[in-house]
Design a protein around this ligand. Structure first.
Ligand code: AMP
Length: 209
């Protein structure tokens, strides 16, 4: 039962690759970012609490994210293995996760700062199916419209320039120390995250063999 965690800066392609890998291997795709965005959109108390942190590009408080993740990871589809995308984001979360589940591999996504910025600022998302596009590198067939759902694509509020800067520095300060944590536990494998989604998916499949 593969239990895989993706760690990497925002814009490095974790969500895209998690969706591809989960589909290919019949794993559950657990994304704390998606779960939080759903809570915000539904206007639940948790969503209301999370909203301002997310829009500013800061981390949502650990206890709230852990509650959301604990519920999701207990769902039937996650019992056959999962790809966890966006959690943990700091050492306290890594320790909380270790108390919930063992892990088989942690994939570290590597991409340069200018490439991250370009991907984040060009990113557009389908509000219905969460498919991610990029106005430069992966445009939809009709500009601004999801290929699958026909819905109007949106830009995430946290993909605005100020929030992008905050998210990249939060990653460097709080999340990057996890690389050492997982390396010490012999779980870390490094992925070159440059290039197209299919290229990265092929590299990732080799890394997991
Ligand atoms: P993502 O879609 O993974 O980039 O997450 C979007 C935003 O959701 C982040 O910038 C945080 O505000 C929040 N978020 C997602 N996952 C976590 C987490 N594990 N801990 C705290 N905040 C999170």
């Amino acid at each position: 039962m593969p239990r895989i965690v993706f760690v990497g800066p925002p814009g490095s392609g974790k969500g895209t690759q998690a969706a591809i890998l989960a589909k290919a291997q019949g794993l559950a795709h657990l994304s704390t970012g998606d779960l939080l965005r759903e809570a915000v959109a539904a206007g639940t108390p948790r969503g209301q609490q999370a909203r301002s942190y997310m829009e500013a590009g800061r981390l949502v408080p650990d206890d709230l994210v852990l509650q959301i993740l604990s519920e999701r990871i207990a769902a039937p589809d996650a019992q056959h293995g999962f790809v966890l995308d966006g959690y943990p984001r700091n050492l306290a979360q890594a320790e909380a996760l270790a108390r919930i589940t063992p892990l088989d591999a942690v994939i570290a996504f590597e991409l340069s700062f200018p490439e991250l910025e370009a991907r984040l600022s060009g990113r557009r998302v389908c509000p219905v199916c969460h498919t991610v596009y990029n106005i430069v590198t992966k445009p939809p067939a009709t500009p601004g419209v999801c290929d699958r759902e026909g819905a109007t694509l949106v830009q995430r509020p946290d993909d605005q320039p100020a929030a992008i800067r905050t998210r990249l520095s939060v990653y460097a300060e709080e999340t990057a120390p996890l690389l050492r944590y997982y390396q010490d536990r012999r779980l870390l494998r490094t992925l070159d995250a440059r290039g197209s989604a299919p290229d990265v998916a092929a590299r990732l499949a080799r890394l997991l063999r």
